[in-house]
Write a protein that binds this ligand. Sequence first.
Ligand SMILES: NC(=O)c1ccc[n+]([C@@H]2O[C@H](COP(=O)([O-])OP(=O)(O)OC[C@H]3O[C@@H](n4cnc5c(N)ncnc54)[C@H](OP(=O)(O)O)[C@@H]3O)[C@@H](O)[C@H]2O)c1
Length: 373
Amino acid sequence: MSQILTATAKSDLAGAQFQVHKDDLSKTRFADVTLHADDLQTDQILVKIDSFALTANNITYGQLGEQMRYWGFFPAADETWGIIPVWGFADVIASRHPTIAVDERIYGFFPMATHLVMTPGKLTDSNFIEAAPHRSELPPAYNSYLRITTDPTFSEAFEAYQALLRPLFITSFLIDDFLTDEKFFGAQTVVLSSASSKTAFGLAYLLHKHKGTTVVGLTSASNRAFVEGLGCYDRVVTYDEIGQQPEEDAVYVDFAGSAEVRRAVHEHYGGHLKYSCAVGMSHRELNPPGKGLPGAKPIFFFAPNRIVKRSKEWGRGGLETRLNAAWTEFVPMLQGWIKVIRGSGRSAVEAAYRSMLAGGVKPDEGHILSLWD
Ligand SMILES: NC(=O)c1ccc[n+]([C@@H]2O[C@H](COP(=O)([O-])OP(=O)(O)OC[C@H]3O[C@@H](n4cnc5c(N)ncnc54)[C@H](OP(=O)(O)O)[C@@H]3O)[C@@H](O)[C@H]2O)c1
């Protein structure tokens, strides 16, 4: 068995984790951790987390940490605290794996931390599956890592957008696929809430290509101009204007998760609401689907479950090929839509997190962070 350790990784490494209180996401702390590369087991690697994105989606991971088992990916030593998962890039700094070498760069699901010890299992030239036992029961979509050096879709120029939007765009793609498969439940109009969110506008971009489908974006007054500027919604409507929309058959795709907005949409469309797809909770309300709402009953859409279904039907390669083609076409648009804002070090990470938690991030801002100064 080869053992490849870098000079720096041979000695003790000082690292840190950004932790949040599981019962109160506004309580945060940094935990110091010491890593010993010599402790790596056969087949394990130690990665240095270089950068990661922070969007409303990561706050939702924290809000649903218990319910959807997001705390289970990167458990903190003290279980009253959780580590929010993020999407980003890491470099291998020590390896006892026969194939994965020091200096390989990987992309995937990481803790808000400086390091991660990983146990790559099944692997190909372009990806591997994390096989740490505590992750085996968690949704497989989160356990797949891309090996950047050999990934054909990777572009350095779009690295920040990959961290910020690729996982969200996968959801956009899967919802577009689901609605197309279901022939839009007979409706011509698709109404999206939190239209300024990255997952929503990725979906709007894809829906906009369907001839005969009207894409309506619901958003806050302050985000209206941004949403109009995207050019992928046929109509942009503020939350207080829902009742002024035409009466027509519609499908609702809900990224906001606001009980008030959901009620307004269901009451306005009533029997014309053919399907109600509950996807997100960007408005931070932890509430069950409302009882007694007119129109179709809200049904939760969980992207990892759709990935499992389509991977079985199309094969893993089949899903990847379709996704890659859609992503490659979409990603250049982002340069005109999202400004990348970089922050390094503990205080920058904490400030960006607090701003995201408070809803203080503008939709045209994409935060790329690192715990390294
Ligand atoms: N079910 C799934 O499988 C799945 C997969 C991916 C994403 N999602 C969910 O989709 C949602 C959107 O995620 P994202 O990362 O795309 O979001 P994002 O780009 O960070 O969205 C930001 C938008 O969310 C709204 N918002 C954010 N914080 C708010 C606050 N504190 N109060 C009120 N509104 C706030 C605003 O939109 P408006 O003004 O336009 O409302 C804001 O422009 C998340 O809840 C995420 O978890 C679900």
